[in-house]
Design a protein around this ligand. Structure first.
Ligand code: SF4
Length: 256
């Protein structure tokens, strides 16, 4: 069965954003099928949020899609990042939005032009999916993206991760995300052993991602951005920076 992913995957690519199941975490060499760890205490969640947000204030990246709350712009960045590294996405993100500044414009654009503009990002189903989403948004919602999860998820090409990103980054809602980076961070810190790719573990990691979300909506944007940056910069799949990690005392994987 194909996993619930926002887009199909190209196995040879290590993307900046994939859904969590898309990359088998290399963090647990001796993966065993263990029962997921129990959920977190209030104290553990508080410590995690405080240290993560402190790290983000000092180390977080400045990226153009963090300077906007336009749902379409957020969607474009998320779809581009699903299969491509940030440094390759940056110029294309600006070029794309200059050419297709709105869902309306993208919906009416020539399909060949859309495909050509996407090059050389690759994995070319993505521009087709974006245009399909744009056309549906125009046909059903007057050229806007809806702000509730169920309706967003009803679009072909918008899976749980992209819906969570659009909801939390554009609409500032209290929505969880779980891409590969976030899954790796949550797995290492709060679980530490077992098979991160198992269905039960994935459900557990989604539950953890929801559980650790700040209560205050105003903090969710930074918190989710911080999770992604932390996974990309401090705790990558290879060579996590444990000696300088503010969360190492809390990290089960580090202690194991
Ligand atoms: S201690 Fe190491 S493995 Fe654990 S979260 Fe920090 S960087 Fe990642």
């Amino acid at each position: 069965m194909r996993k619930k992913t926002d887009l199909p995957r190209k196995p040879s690519v290590v993307p900046a954003r994939t859904t969590a199941r898309a990359t088998r975490a290399k963090a647990a060499p001796g993966r065993r099928a263990t029962a997921p760890a129990p959920m977190l205490t209030a104290s553990a969640k508080r410590t995690f949020r405080t240290k993560l947000l402190g790290w983000y204030r000092a180390q977080g990246r400045s990226l153009p899609w963090r300077e906007t709350d336009d749902p379409y712009h957020i969607l474009v960045s998320e779809v581009m990042l699903q299969q491509t590294q940030v440094d390759r996405v940056l110029p294309k993100y600006h070029e794309w939005l200059a050419k297709f500044p709105s869902l309306d414009v993208l919906a009416g654009a020539d399909e060949h032009d859309v495909a050509e503009t996407w090059r050389p990002l690759g994995y070319n189903i993505r521009p087709r999916r974006l245009q399909s989403i744009a056309r549906e948004a125009v046909a059903r919602f007057g050229g806007q993206l809806p702000s509730d999860e169920a309706t967003l998820r009803s679009f072909k090409g918008i899976g749980p991760y992209t819906a969570g990103a659009v909801l939390s980054f554009a609409f500032r809602k209290r929505a969880a995300i779980l891409d590969t980076n976030v899954a790796r961070v949550l797995f290492r810190i709060f679980v530490g052993e077992g098979d991160p790719d198992a269905h039960a573990m994935q459900r557990h990691l989604w539950a953890l991602s929801r559980d650790v979300l700040p209560r205050r909506h105003a903090e969710v944007f930074d918190f989710n951005q911080a999770l992604m940056d932390f996974g990309a910069l401090q705790c990558p799949a290879r060579k996590p920076q444990c000696p300088t990690c503010p969360l190492r005392r809390q990290c089960r994987w580090h202690r194991a």
